[in-house]
Ligand binder design. Structure first.
Ligand SMILES: [Zn+2]
Length: 212
């Protein structure tokens, strides 16, 4: 009797295993796929950036500064070079010689221009859910009955608030306006109302370039 019960139990176990095997494999495959996805996208996912489904989407992006030299300050906590206090740096500082041209990262509309804050002469551009911010530019902001615009005469730049600007177009020059200790572009990125580390986006752009 015991032998029969054991036999039946064994059969049942085999049956269960056979039944569940494809499900287990599918589950493992799914987990593995998720794992690869996570490995490939982890830095962006960690910041809850929407997953870029098509890698070639980055073909529309432009590196934002000409004559790039080095990154002088990354995104995140740092000791302020001016106040000496710990602060959260919401952008990426890209050193370039004074007067180097700044290019529009992604096609979009100019939603804000200003020249009275620590950011100096600043352009903010909206591209869908993304906002890109360019600080410490040369030139100044003028207000007229026709609207507000940024003027950098020596650089041959005039940018109007509300203007639509294609990616890659020169929108200004690296300056020293606002609070800064050296000539650099402070580049900020926001998705919705969340700041994003621009270094991660540049990394994705680079990955696309080398793989295409
Ligand atoms: Zn900065």
């Amino acid at each position: 009797m015991i032998k029969i019960i054991r036999f039946v139990r064994r059969k049942l176990n085999i049956f269960r295993f056979r039944q569940s095997c494809p499900i287990l494999l599918a589950l493992m495959g799914f987990i593995t796929c998720l794992g690869f996805e996570w490995l490939g996208q982890s830095p962006l996912k960690a910041q809850h950036v929407p997953i870029i489904t098509s890698r070639n989407i980055w073909q529309y992006a432009s590196f934002p500064v000409e004559n790039f030299q080095t990154y002088t300050s990354g995104y995140g906590y740092r000791t302020s070079p001016i106040t000496g206090e710990t602060q959260f740096h919401r952008g990426l500082d890209m050193a370039a010689p004074l007067g180097s041209y700044v290019r529009n990262w992604w096609t979009g509309r100019v939603i804000s221009l200003s020249d009275h804050t620590a950011c100096g002469t600043m352009i903010k551009i909206q591209s869908g859910q993304w906002q890109h911010i360019y600080c410490h530019l040369m030139g100044s902001i003028e207000d007229t009955p026709q609207g507000r615009y940024l003027i950098d005469r020596d650089g041959g730049i005039i940018i109007w608030q509300g203007q639509e600007i294609p990616a890659g177009v020169r929108i200004g020059r690296v300056g020293m306006t606002g609070r800064t200790t050296g000539s650099h572009l402070h580049w900020g990125l926001k998705h919705g109302d969340q700041y994003i580390n621009p270094g991660l986006v540049i990394k994705e752009m680079f990955r696309y370039q080398v793989s295409s």
